[in-house]
Design a protein around this ligand. Structure first.
Ligand SMILES: NC(=O)c1ccc[n+]([C@@H]2O[C@H](COP(=O)([O-])OP(=O)(O)OC[C@H]3O[C@@H](n4cnc5c(N)ncnc54)[C@H](OP(=O)(O)O)[C@@H]3O)[C@@H](O)[C@H]2O)c1
Length: 297
């Protein structure tokens, strides 16, 4: 059975391919797609079928998907524009008669009122209308959204945000990848919508306390007005529109937008999701190693 993964040149899709291989799926049954396929040459060397596909090129999408049995559509990046891009993959999946399309949506997609959720809601509607058997992987926030910013948090002693006391059910990308692997490699998921998030939600003040405890450096959470937080993100190089959406999402998180009480993630993967403590420990250790690497002294 051939499994096609979009976004395999990105973080989540690559983890899915690695986990499929680790689970014993034959490399030749995996079709890894993305634009920047030079990033996954190593997967081709291991026997994975690598196909360069830009969602904007409908003919290329159709050709790539034509022989796939199941497809993982990893949501694209371009706010607004990505609905049409997702639509191209859904059309191709319908034309190919795939038996399952799994889509990485956003947690609480049904009730969300944030702009970040609009593309996911529109894509979920396209899927419903398409007739393609599908499963919704409504992913919560990644730990990596925070741990990737550890150097800045440590340098400034501050985690900026607008999430107040909102509890965030984050998990590691690897956990969400494991859930995707599960739906791609087992039966009975068509028609399901899984709300995916870690089992130990945390506030950003708790995140600051965890980093402080593990690093030995005092880190405070600074709750900022939305516009101020968006400006801080822009000042750190985030594109304007994205910074505005992230700040807006943080404000919504104060009211539970990124929280789920669902146990779907652990149920799908068969194990508890990565804890915040483990995620911070791994990120601090990776930082230590990169600082100790030759050329960094
Ligand atoms: N839950 C969260 O906290 C969270 C956080 C950030 C993002 N997300 C969403 O989750 C997705 C996966 O996360 P990630 O960390 O793996 O992101 P990522 O590393 O940026 O990967 C995004 C992938 O999408 C592909 N892509 C984008 N536009 C495309 C197009 N027009 N045609 C074909 N492929 C295209 C990219 O391909 P190339 O690199 O080859 O161009 C890349 O492989 C993101 O794209 C975003 O929608 C979720």
């Amino acid at each position: 059975m051939s499994l096609l993964i979009t976004g395999a040149t990105g973080h989540l899709g690559r983890l899915v391919v690695e986990q499929l291989l680790a689970a014993g799926v034959p490399a030749g049954d995996i079709i890894a797609t993305g634009r920047a396929t030079e990033k996954i040459k190593d997967l081709a060397d291991r026997g994975v079928q690598v196909r360069a596909v830009d969602f904007g090129d409908q003919a290329a999408v159709r050709a790539a998907v034509a022989d796939a049995d199941r497809v993982l559509l990893v949501s694209a990046l371009d706010p607004g524009g990505r609905v049409a891009q997702h639509g191209a993959v859904i059309d191709a999946a319908r034309a190919a008669g795939v038996s399952l399309l799994a889509y990485t949506s956003i947690v609480n997609a049904e009730t969300a009122t944030i702009r970040l959720a609009e593309d996911h809601q529109a894509t979920e509607r396209l899927l419903r209308d398409s007739g393609v058997p599908h499963v919704l992987l409504r992913n919560g926030w990644y730990h990596e959204n925070y741990t990737d910013r550890l150097p800045a948090f440590l340098a400034q002693g501050v985690i900026p945000g607008s999430a107040g006391e909102g509890r965030i059910s984050a998990a590691a990308r690897a956990d969400y990848a494991a859930a995707a692997v599960r739906v791609l490699t087992t039966d009975g998921h068509a028609g399901q919508a899984y709300e995916l998030g870690g089992g130990q939600p945390f506030t950003l003040a708790q995140l600051a306390a965890e980093i402080s405890a593990q690093s030995g450096k005092e880190i405070q959470y600074a709750d900022l007005p939305e516009a101020e937080y968006a400006s801080a993100l822009k000042a750190h190089g985030m594109p304007d529109e994205f910074a505005i959406m992230v700040a807006e999402t943080d404000v919504a998180a104060a009211h539970g937008a990124l929280h789920t009480a669902s146990g779907d993630l652990a149920a799908l993967t068969g194990r508890p999701a990565t804890t915040l403590s483990a995620a911070v420990a791994a990120a601090l250790s990776a930082l230590d190693q990169s600082q100790a690497a030759p050329g960094n002294d």
